[in-house]
Write a protein that binds this ligand. Sequence first.
Ligand code: NAD
Ligand code: AHE
Ligand code: ZN
Length: 370
Amino acid sequence: MRTTAAVALEAGKPMEIMEVNLDGPKAGEVLVEIKATGLCHTDDFTLSGADPEGAFPAILGHEGAGVVVEVGPGVTSLEPGDHVIPLYTPECRECDYCLNPKTNLCQAVRATQGQGVMPDGTSRFSMLDGTPILHYMGCSTFSNHTVLPEIALAKVRKDAPFDKICYIGCGVTTGIGAVINTAKVELGSRCVVFGLGGIGLNVIQGLRMAGADQIVGVDLNPSKVEMATRFGMTDFVNPNDVDGDLVGHLVELTGGGADYSFDATGNVKVMRDALECAHKGWGESIIIGVAPAGAEISTRPFQLVTGRVWKGTAFGGARGRTDVPKIVDWYMQGKIEIDPMITHTLKLDEINKGFEMMHAGESIRSVVVY
Ligand code: NAD
Ligand code: AHE
Ligand code: ZN
């Protein structure tokens, strides 16, 4: 079939909207009509050329929701008409990783996914002249139709709005999951969140759900304060307004250091501050942000010797086929909020404008509706 997609032809250039060829689903695969997709900072990171796995031409996008159109041979858990959320972290329920309760990082298709191809080593997308186009994070939600492995689709209830629940495909689950699954934040905790964007706000929302007493938000952009406060931030710190040492300021503000801190910026200097503002003896710092190729984190080992813990989280530690339908239920039951964070709704041909607004700090989440 033919479908319309925003194609990233090369790093650092705006995407181009074009008709592309899409081959049908092979064994174990599913054809999905994407109804809506969020724009995550990680898409921008890959488009910029900073992603060591970034390869072009590719169809980016990994925060979508849609409807099953056709299933390939052997697919048993989905049928046409099912509503689904694509999973860049799939859940095969069979690999060593899925069978280990300590991780959500299913490895069943990770190698081919990182190369931008389906598990059989080929792409389903191509230009009209036949040139192959790569998949991205196994999802490629910047295409109106896409093909995914069955294990990379969470089946969700049919009454949930696509233009909101697409955000559960990355940002919502990552932020809330970092609190609940990775940090396992306890009632009464004092916490610091660096970066009040599409991920950091969901960390804040997760901290409020977990019953944190203090939620300090740190961002260079003061326009984020209103939204962060609405979601539960109790204190705001703009590093530009701090005289002297930011870490010392945060340690004092939290009465000795954070029980839990979170980096949602992707900046390795911020990651160091996040670790070092954690409480001596027990503070844990969770890295969520994705740093550019070649970037490295550093701190004095003494910071760890004296009891601080550095952790990371991908997709908030969530097992997608199991957890994502539950998070959609939370949204529908009003346990979590999504709508205010979706500040802009765009058409596909406005997608580059969406990334410009992200760069300018004008949006929280932009969502493209097909
Ligand atoms: P975003 O652009 O919406 O938000 C980033 C925020 O960080 C902005 O508010 C910005 O003002 C702030 N910021 C930037 N530099 C800062 C600094 N030095 N100090 C304080 N604040 C600063 O991005 P997002 O969509 O929220 O994504 C955040 C990060 O999380 C990105 O690196 C993204 O790639 C990553 N991410 C990781 C996962 C995962 O599974 N680990 C999932 C999604 C996104
Ligand atoms: N490809 C990059 C790393 C990108 C990365 O860390 N991706 C996160 C999800 S970000 C979603 O917005 C992730 O889940 N990583 C785990 C994985 O297996 O990809 C690089 O540095 O090579
Ligand atoms: Zn993302």
